[in-house]
Design a protein around this ligand. Structure first.
Ligand SMILES: [Zn+2]
Length: 131
């Protein structure tokens, strides 16, 4: 009985590691092989490997904006707290704006990739045949 639980735990951990690796390297949420981005700013319309359509509908990536807010908040709030009594308010704001500008391309990309993976977990889809 406990062996079954251990197998299930290992399976869940393996899936989480696969998803984490796939997010880090910007891979497709379905096949974990095809790249999501074709250039720095543009996503592929379909996965180059399994051919699923990334943008399921108009405005599909709007939810990625909220994930970008979350990522920025996770970075900037601790930084603002850390700098609070160490530097002046003006310097604090300047540092936060500078970090935000530097991080924007990274949060843009990862928010889309994370949203694709969350959507795949919430509403799984299989590979689509090439048309
Ligand atoms: Zn794929």
């Amino acid at each position: 009985m406990s062996n079954k639980k251990g197998d299930r735990y290992n399976s869940i951990m393996q899936n989480l590691l696969t998803i984490f690796r796939s997010v880090i390297f910007g891979r497709c949420p379905v096949c974990q092989q095809g790249k999501v981005f074709r250039s720095f700013w543009h996503t592929h319309e379909h996965c180059p490997v399994c051919h699923i359509k990334y943008e399921r509908e108009m405005g599909y990536f709007l939810m990625a904006i909220f994930i970008a807010y979350l990522l920025d908040g996770l970075l900037l709030i601790p930084l603002a707290i850390f700098l609070f009594n160490r530097v002046s308010v003006t310097t604090n704001i300047a540092v936060l704006i500078g970090v935000l500008l530097i991080m924007t391309p990274i949060t843009y990309r990862y928010s889309r990739i994370i949203w694709l993976h969350i959507d795949q977990l919430l509403s799984p889809r299989q590979t689509e045949p090439k048309t």
